[in-house]
Design a protein around this ligand. Structure first.
Ligand code: FAD
Ligand code: DLZ
Ligand code: SF4
Length: 509
């Protein structure tokens, strides 16, 4: 007799995910479904859809080989389901049970959707994270401000990573100051490990090509790994070749270098093919073996047990309305250049071109190029959020939204960061080699060829003066602005307005 349906979502592909851990091989049926609603709540990048469907199909195969019964619906089956709820209802009827065990999804939308199905659904806590939701809540309780650094130290203590009894290795919790070098010369890491699609993946590629022809993004060549074995090989490859310089060049950007010394592991980690602790332990081991310096390993581990856990905590702490926040009242439509429209700004075209080809851009490209521009230009944060959720292979709302709505767009009014991440062209020039080949001049502040970031930066500060001028971390910026003569300020503001009008009218900028 069938006792229960065990739901496994596309980003829950871990053999030890909560619902599976509690399942009984002899009587429970695993339900997995490729469904139209999940494939279309934003226009996902074709590589992201292909990655998830291929990884889901391989995972289902592994479960079957392991003796599980898997009820799997493909999007190209004769009668595919529109939604996860519909797939569950059909499976319930087929197998004669109304009991469902799920692992709580990483998105409020899907949590409600599961609660609304007329079946008996139990949602188990997703325990593939270092901190439980309750632990984050207990940590956040009573704090005036939620700041990463304190949370991160607790995660170090909890995991014992880079700890020497109760002290941090190297006597410092955070080596961020050593990690801001611009890259010069060539990149001596070959980039992420690339895999050749097998038959299952090739079938998925054909399906995605046929069904999502209009979505922004290039499907082929498709080189992502799609199993835990692949992802572990990609991890080892990064630990050997990239990690040692990850710290130094974490914030650097170079023309036509899409990956630098980044790990390109987030898509595997977020889909469940790798666990955060196995990645961090591998990095720690590289340091213990003398193969990577502490600044690199600490910086890398901080992103995973620090930022990744912190933003997840914030997503659930802040509640379902988080993605509609708009503290700065920004309302301009997302410009066509984000979807590949023409632009003369080389930093933006580099970040967006590689987003189109790889469904990937690294953190500083997301934060200080595409994010910075959207914030300075006053783009509607919800549109910005939907763009990031669509175009990156690693994007799920629990991690994308706090990074976009919070860290990048300051639309949460300062929950994630104490000040907005805004900069003029100077920062991009310091951290990249983009500006020297750009049609705009980063050194030019106004007039013909002036870098748009320079104009928009002051426009942003000026229009949000009442909110930010008392912020102690922004006082210097306002003092610099106030020291400029009035004519110059007026020229900057009117040129920025003209630029924004061009942007709105769809003129290539
Ligand atoms: P690496 O640079 O090699 O870093 C190692 C790992 O640390 C990553 O794989 C990732 O798991 C973790 N990490 C690093 N920074 C963050 C962060 N800020 N938040 C959470 N985890 C982090 N990351 C996502 O996983 N999904 C998203 O949808 C996402 N959206 C973002 C949107 C914006 C606007 C910004 C500014 C950042 C976003 N990030 C997101 C964070 C970060 O950009 C990516 O995690 C990182 O670029 C992934 O590439 P990588 O694997 O090469 O990371
Ligand atoms: C992102 C995604 C896509 C594109 N398709 C599916 C799908 O067809 N079936 C599925 O189970 N999951 C899919 N996902 C992942 C879900 O959207 C994800 O589980 C939620 O956003 C919660 O993180
Ligand atoms: Fe970007 Fe300005 Fe540099 Fe051009 S000059 S690459 S627009 S920062």
């Amino acid at each position: 007799m069938v006792s229960r349906l065990i739901l496994v979502l596309g980003d829950q592909l871990s053999p030890d995910v909560a619902a599976l851990k509690s399942a009984d091989k002899s009587s429970d049926i695993i339900v997995m479904a490729e469904v139209a609603d999940e494939a279309a709540y934003v226009p996902h990048h074709p590589k992201k859809i292909a990655f998830l469907f291929a990884a889901m199909r391989h995972f289902a195969q592994t479960l079957r080989d392991d003796g599980w019964t898997v009820d799997y619906t493909q999007l190209d089956d004769a009668a595919p389901h529109a939604s996860i709820g519909a797939a569950l209802l059909a499976a319930a009827e087929r197998h004669g049970t109304s009991k469902v065990v799920a692992t709580e999804p990483g998105e409020w939308r899907l949590i409600s959707h599961l609660n609304e199905t007329p079946l008996e659904v139990t949602q188990k806590e997703d325990d593939r994270f270092v901190a439980t939701r309750a632990e984050f809540e207990a940590w956040a309780e009573g704090r005036k401000e939620l700041r990463l650094e304190w949370f991160y130290r607790d995660m170090r203590r909890k995991t014992g990573l880079l700890m020497e009894s109760d002290k941090p290795a190297g006597d410092k919790w955070n080596f961020d100051h050593d990690n801001r070098k611009p890259a010069s010369g060539s990149v001596d890491f070959s980039g992420p490990m690339q895999f050749t699609p097998d038959q299952i993946t090739n079938e998925v590629l054909d399906l995605v090509e046929a069904r999502f022809p209009e979505n922004f993004g290039t499907l082929r060549p498709f080189w992502f790994g799609v199993t835990t074995t692949d992802a572990r090989r990609a991890l080892t490859h990064f630990i050997k070749g990239g990690l040692a310089k990850f710290g130094d060049y974490q914030d650097a950007m170079l023309q036509d270098e899409k990956f630098l010394w980044h790990s390109i592991l987030s898509m595997y980690l977020n889909a469940g093919l790798l666990s955060p602790l196995e990645i961090c332990r591998a990095a720690e081991q590289a340091w213990l073996d003398g193969n990577a310096p502490l600044n690199a390993v600490e910086g890398f581990i901080r992103q995973i047990i620090g930022w990744r856990e912190f933003v997840r905590g914030i997503y659930f702490h802040e509640g379902p309305d988080y993605t509609s926040r708009n503290a700065l009242g920004h309302g301009r439509a997302l410009p066509a250049l984000y979807w590949g429209g023409e632009t003369k700004m080389l930093c933006l075209s580099q970040a967006i071109d590689q987003t189109r080809t790889e469904a990937y851009a690294h953190h500083i490209q997301r934060l200080m190029v595409t994010g910075n521009f959207a914030l300075l230009a006053g783009i509607d944060p919800h549109e910005v959020h939907e763009w990031y959720l669509a175009v990156y292979a690693d994007a799920y709302e629990w991690v994308e939204a706090p990074n976009t709505i919070g860290m990048s767009q300051f639309a949460d009014g300062g929950v994630v960061g104490s000040k907005p991440y805004v900069s003029s062209g100077n920062y991009i020039d310091r951290m990249s080699d983009y500006c020297k080949s750009c049609a705009y001049s980063v050194k030019t502040k106004t007039g013909e060829g002036a870098c748009p970031f320079n104009l928009l930066y002051w426009h942003f500060l000026d229009r949000h003066r009442s909110r930010f001028s008392d912020n102690p971390r922004m006082g210097n910026m306002y003092r610099t602005w106030d020291r400029m003569n009035a004519d110059k300020r007026e020229t900057i503001l009117s040129e920025a307005d003209a630029f924004l009008r061009d942007l709105e009218s769809g003129k290539p900028v």
